[in-house]
Design a protein around this ligand. Structure first.
Ligand code: HSE
Length: 437
């Protein structure tokens, strides 16, 4: 039986999952591939630590160049993460005509174009299924399963940490900071949680999704990104009263000749399937012009789910090597000559429905002042709730709007927040009813 040689860079959580899958599932993999996957090298700065998986000591090395320069290595798996040295290693592997599999969403979000172009120029494949949605095969679904469609929009819960925190806050009525601390103690959130809770990890992933769906280069710095740290149980409860849940959504959609690419807490209708995806699970809804709505749900992180995506890419590339199919599908599935810079709509130009919570003095005339300013800015109200009576610290007044321009909303809020009857900065959450209306 033929062998495909693999070099692994990075023996951390996902690297260990990859090794376990290659060992445990070698039988089924060989039956599907008709060849053996031979792990020839594992490079990591720490080659002493027990990873809970047995490997031949002779394949461990601290020196990545042994992997990158070994002429027998066919596929390099990069699981180091971050920008450097991961980027240099990937580029060197591609230039050495090695196929590459990576889970590195941060790197692909910022330097994807350079990496994909280098792969195409060197006539080698690059797999990055594990970069979005962990074990969910969303990249392959977009590149191949939905390839007949003009994709219209994508709505994703692509960060398990945020989904876990928001689900707990919603189920138990507890504040953000308390749930975050508990999640850190249980190992569900990083000691430095910023990448997750500030929405940056989701922004990396939606950048990759937008490039794939629309065949464009996306400037990561233009992706509007807002995290979940300002979400409170008060807003979660009001959302529920209006029939909504709050999720951190990564959204990309066509909007005229522009595309929207944004990440922010979003109110989604409780009967929308995405509202029911709780805990650490991820979910990605794709809407195509021919196929309509589709949703994939699964584990977005962890050694085995992410390892499943990595090894899936290794198998696909091995099939291409064995059957002369390298570069059968281009990295973004669009041919590189058609890939253009994305025209990204700025957040102030989007149109959405909005939830706005004002903290106001409870006295006559306040609602009419606020609704007057909203009206003067062309914002139409769909519902209002006011709770409490005569409390010193003010009472919440919640307004749901019909579709409005974000720039009108922002202008109205800056006027309203200056009123002497308004006690605190107002809270705004975008409402997404998707294509369901
Ligand atoms: N930190 C991510 C999450 C997983 O919480 O979902 C890795 O992409």
């Amino acid at each position: 039986m033929k062998s495909i040689n693999i070099g692994l860079l990075g023996f951390g959580t996902v690297g260990t999952g990859v090794v376990k899958i290659l060992q445990q599932n070698s039988g089924v993999i060989e039956k599907r591939l008709g060849a053996k996957l031979n792990l020839k090298w594992i490079a990591d700065l720490d080659v002493e630590r027990d990873r809970g998986v047995k490997v031949d000591k002779n394949i461990l090395t601290k020196d990545a160049s042994k992997v990158l320069n070994d002429p027998e290595v066919n596929i390099v798996i990069e699981l180091i993460g971050g920008y450097e040295p991961a980027k240099s290693f990937i580029l060197q592997a591609l230039k050495n005509k090695k196929h590459v599999v990576t889970a590195n969403k941060a790197l692909l979000a910022k330097n994807g174009s350079e990496i994909f172009e280098t792969a195409s120029k060197n006539n080698v494949d690059i797999g990055f299924e594990a970069s979005v949605g962990g074990g969910i095969p969303i990249i392959r679904a977009i590149k191949e399963g939905f390839t007949a469609n003009n994709i219209q929009s994508v709505y994703g819960i692509v960060n398990g940490t945020c989904n876990y925190i928001l689900s707990k806050m919603s189920d138990e009525g507890r504040p953000f900071n308390e749930v975050l601390k508990e999640a850190q103690a249980l190992g569900f959130a990083e000691a430095n949680p910023s990448l997750d809770i500030d929405g940056i990890d989701s922004a990396h992933k939606v950048t990759i999704l937008a490039s794939l769906c629309f065949g464009v280069r996306v400037d990561f710095d233009k992706v509007y990104t807002e995290g979940i740290s300002r979400i409170t149980p008060i807003d979660i409860n009001f959302a529920r009263e209006f029939g909504y849940r709050i999720k951190l959504l990564a959204i990309t959609k066509r909007s005229g000749n522009e595309i929207e690419v944004r990440v922010h807490p979003t109110m989604t209708r409780e009967d929308n399937p995405i509202s029911k995806v709780n805990g650490v699970l991820n979910a990605i809804e794709i809407i195509g012009d021919a196929v309509g709505e589709n949703m994939l749900i699964g584990r977005g992180a962890g050694d085995m789910p992410t390892g499943s995506a990595v090894v899936g890419d290794v198998i696909e590339i091995s099939r291409n090597i064995l059957n002369g199919g390298v570069n059968r599908v281009s990295p973004l599935s669009f041919l590189s000559k058609y890939i253009e810079d994305a025209k990204i709509k700025s957040i102030s130009n989007i149109v959405s429905e909005y939830y706005i919570r004002f903290s106001v003095l409870d006295k006559p005339g306040v609602l009419s002042k606020i609704s007057g300013i909203l009206g003067n800015n062309s914002i139409s109200i769909s519902s209002v709730i006011q709770k409490g009576r005569g409390e010193k610290g003010g009472v919440p007044l919640v307004v749901m709007t019909h579709s409005a321009k974000e720039k009108d909303i922002q202008k109205a809020l800056s006027e309203i927040d200056k009123l002497d009857v308004v006690l605190d900065k107002s809270v705004l959450i975008r409402v997404e009813n998707g294509e369901r209306g």
